[in-house]
Design a protein around this ligand. Structure first.
Ligand code: ADP
Ligand code: MG
Length: 267
């Protein structure tokens, strides 16, 4: 049965989608069976996985509203993982969900029948603490929070933690924060280092050792419809994303060598 991660931060542009796509590709690279669910109407995780979002016959919108199942909507990405894609249609779900029974559980219930097909499910969220994100929280075992080490980052984080506390009390008692991952990291910036230290003081072990550096290969990979580990496997960005997936697996007590595929050597 899959372990489900939701990638969340209500701020836009902090690297959620980049983590969602590259974590999915990296876990697939280590031989894991992965499903990526794009829960953002912007559909960036879909496009970034090389899937044409406007040509999608079935998408997460139909799944969440119960028109068809996950298994009917998933497509295979070049990165070796499955994707349930999204596009602008999903924006309507925000409103339509209000009228629906057990609206916070739609994604959880839709995922249940396919959990045995995967080792990991990765959910990419919109930049808001809205009903779609709540569906992501309710469906997940754990949250991965990408963060840019900027001045307002910690403030935003306490809002997110507050929402998670409510979700834990009312909807999903099992949910935990699994990882805080520092993205677009620049060790030469004093502010980055200060915020980073503060983050570790408050959240301790939840802050992963692996940082994702600011790297142009990561930024340009989506325009090629590829995860960075396929776009430029030797880049610093690719190495960092593989290291992040490896840290996630190792902290959970899994050996990366247990995968079916050999690790590519980054040169
Ligand atoms: P979010 O999903 O939180 O809005 P994205 O993952 O879409 O954030 O990232 C925002 C922008 O920054 C995108 O253009 C993305 O390609 C770029 N980006 C993400 N991570 C990095 C990184 N580590 N280095 C450079 N650019 C990045
Ligand atoms: Mg995004």
């Amino acid at each position: 049965m899959a372990r489900t991660y939701v990638i969340a931060n209500q701020k836009g542009g902090v690297g959620k989608t980049s983590i969602a796509v590259n974590l999915s590709a990296s876990l697939a690279h280590y031989g894991r069976r992965v499903l990526l669910v794009d829960l953002d109407p912007q559909g960036n995780a879909t496009t970034g996985s090389g899937i044409d979002k406007s040509a999608l016959e079935r998408n997460v919108y139909g799944v969440v509203l119960g028109e068809y199942g996950m298994a009917e909507a998933r497509v295979r990405a070049e990165g070796g993982y499955d994707v349930v894609g999204s596009n602008r249609e999903l924006a309507g779900a925000e409103v339509e969900l209000i009228a629906i029974e057990r609206r916070e559980y739609r994604l959880r219930e839709a995922l249940a029948p396919v959990l045995d097909d995967y080792d990991y499910v990765v959910i990419d969220c919109p930049p808001a603490l809205n009903m779609l994100t709540v569906n992501g929280f309710t469906a997940a075992d754990a949250v991965i929070i990408p963060m840019q080490c900027e001045y307002y980052a910690l403030e935003g984080l306490s809002d997110l933690v507050g929402t998670l506390r409510k979700v834990k009390q009312n909807l999903n008692p099992a949910i935990e924060i699994e990882a805080l991952v520092r993205t677009m990291y620049d060790p030469r910036s004093t502010l980055t280092v200060q915020v980073s230290d503060e983050l570790k003081r408050h959240y301790g072990e939840k802050v992963f050792d692996t940082v994702i550096p600011r790297n142009v290969r990561i930024a340009e990979a989506p325009s090629f419809g590829k995860p960075v580990i396929l776009h430029d496997p030797a880049s610093k960005g690719a190495t960092a994303h593989l290291a992040f997936a490896r840290e996630l697996l190792e902290r959970a007590g899994h050996s990366v060598a247990a995968g079916n595929r050999q690790e590519r050597t980054a040169t």
